[in-house]
Each structure stands twice: as structure tokens, then as C-alpha cells.
Design a protein around this ligand. Structure first.
Ligand code: AMP
Length: 281
């Protein structure tokens, strides 16, 4: 498994693979790899001749009061997992490599970031789109895989790729969950045992919302407040937002659509967790 720390080295390897007519699948991550990431890698392995993983905790997508410093970093472990998953090349740039002194070029979408996490984390998606475009230019992939756990991120990247006519296929991957339903996330490592015990309630309340719809409740507002009440029965959980929205535009819905996205963000202690389901209405 190759490890590249500079954009130039990464680009040179990709070019030589392309010259040999091999196509490239790419899985961008911030490391602390878990089964969710490994599922993306498995799907990437099937999708192309070569598989590239990036490990980069991107500072520009964290707000000033967010968890950049406490974000879990497990590099040695990650490289072992990557090797076992059949990764051909790891792109492991430093912050200085991605954002050299004087850096001033950012990419920003007009509408999709104005909903859900974008409201709660101003500037987050500007950081995400900027880093993903830069990673795409370093890796030059034919296909890139994104988890639906970060559904808004997937839509933002899909939109950016279409808007810029990037010749990259964006492949969404279903959410991988723990046995008790908690969506896998690197941030789960920061939960105390008591906090971890509270977390199954998050997915359970999403499943319950589908049940309330099946039982006849049709008003998004009613569903959202009932969901918030259910979640906050546990005092360890505070809701950041709950929203029922259009899965394409992410605009809030006043009336349910046949497929509506239910997205949620909450804090369990200091740890912010997100989850979502596609409601069948
Ligand atoms: P991160 O390292 O958290 O930035 O995530 C890297 C990629 O893995 C993103 O495309 C995420 O959506 C995806 N991912 C993270 N957790 C999961 C999960 N539980 N199931 C599926 N994909 C995931």
C-alpha cells in the first residue's frame, strides 16, 4: 500500500494508473476508521481497479467552538485497517499541504448549505466542498463514495460534481449501524459509557416516526415535536435540530412527500451526533 503526503505525488500515481487504463475509486475520510468507512472501502473495491483512501481532518469544516482538537485520531490503526481492506494508496496530506500560507480560494454552494447542519454549523459545507474538490483534484478519481449518514454532505457533493461537470461518479452508501441502531461515527469514540447507553434512542425515535406515519399522522410539525419529546425523555440528549425535508433540495416540508427525509442532530453530553432516515409516506 502506497502512502502519499503531497498532492504532486498523489497526482503522479493517479496519472500513471490512468495511463495503464486503470480506473480509480476514492473514499475521502477524516480517519478513526470504523465499519461505516470499511463498507465504503468494500464498495469502492468493487467499483474500480484501484482504491484510494484519504485521511485528513479538515480544519476548514470545523467552527471555532467545535471539536477539531478533540476529534479522534488513530492513524496507526487506520493504516492497518486500510491495508486489510485492500486500499492501494492512502492520501495523507498535512494541513499545510492542503492549505498553504496565503490560501484564499473556497468553493461554496448557494442553497443546499442553507438547511439542516448548514444552519447550525455556519461555514461547515464551505469547508467540505473546498476540501473535497481539492482532494478530487489530487486523486483524480472516476468514482467517489460517500455515506448517507452525512446525507446533506452527500447531496452537496453530488450537486457540486454536477454543477462543475466533474467527470466523477458519486456513489452513495447506506448507513452502517451498531447492533442497537446507533449510526457508526468516529465521534462515538468520545461518548462515555453512560452517554453511549443513551444513544440507541436516536435511531429508535426515527423508526418510531415512521410508525406514527403508518398509523395516520400526516403533519410534519406534529411528527417533529413528538420526535423531540421522545428524544428528550432522556436528559442526556439535547436536540440540535429535527427536520422533515425534501430529499433533493433539503427544504423543510409543510406536507409529507412520498419520500421525505427525516434528519436529526443532537448532543449527547458534548458529542454531536447526526442520523437520518428516508420516510415512506
Ligand atoms: P468521516 O470520516 O466522518 O468524514 O466520514 C467519511 C465518509 O464515511 C463519509 O462519506 C461518511 O458519510 C461515511 N460514513 C461515516 N459513517 C458512516 C456510517 N455509519 N455509514 C455509512 N457511511 C458512513
Amino acid at each position: 500500500m502506497k502512502i502519499f503526503k503531497t498532492v504532486t505525488e498523489m497526482q503522479a500515481w493517479s496519472s500513471s494508473e490512468k495511463r495503464e487504463n486503470r480506473d480509480i475509486a476514492f473514499v475521502p475520510t477524516m480517519g478513526a476508521l470504523h465499519e461505516g468507512h470499511l463498507e465504503l472501502l468494500r464498495r469502492g473495491k468493487e467499483a474500480a481497479d484501484r482504491l484510494v483512501l484519504s485521511l485528513f481532518v479538515n480544519p476548514t469544516q470545523f467552527g471555532p467552538r467545535e471539536d477539531l482538537d478533540s476529534y479522534p485520531r488513530t492513524l496507526k490503526n487506520d493504516l492497518q485497517k486500510a491495508e486489510a481492506a485492500g486500499v492501494d494508496a492512502v492520501f495523507l496530506p498535512s494541513s499545510e499541504e492542503m492549505y498553504p500560507r496565503g490560501f484564499q480560494t473556497f468553493i461554496q454552494l448557494e442553497n443546499l448549505p442553507n438547511h439542516l447542519c448548514g444552519i447550525k454549523r455556519p461555514g461547515h459545507f464551505r469547508g467540505v466542498t473546498t476540501v473535497v474538490l481539492k482532494l478530487f483534484m489530487a486523486v483524480n478519481p472516476d468514482v467517489a463514495l460517500f455515506g448517507k449518514k452525512d446525507y446533506q454532505q452527500f447531496r452537496v457533493i453530488q450537486q457540486m460534481t454536477a454543477d462543475l461537470r466533474l467527470p466523477i461518479r458519486i456513489l452513495p452508501v447506506d448507513i452502517v449501524r451498531e447492533k442497537d441502531g446507533l449510526a457508526m461515527s468516529s465521534r462515538n469514540l468520545n461518548l462515555s459509557p453512560e452517554e453511549r447507553e443513551a444513544t440507541p434512542r436516536i435511531f429508535q425515535s426515527l423508526v418510531a416516526t415512521q410508525r406514527w406515519i403508518d398509523e395516520g399522522e400526516r403533519k410534519p410539525g406534529h411528527l417533529e415535536s413528538r420526535l423531540i419529546r421522545t428524544l428528550t425523555l432522556d436528559p442526556k440528549i439535547t436536540v440540535d435540530y429535527v427536520a422533515i425535508c425534501d430529499p433533493q433540495t433539503l427544504e423543510p416540508l409543510k406536507k409529507l412527500k412520498p419520500e421525505s427525509l427525516l434528519a436529526i442532530a443532537c448532543f449527547v453530553g458534548q458529542t454531536r451526533l447526526i442520523d437520518n432516515v428516508l420516510l415512506k409516506c
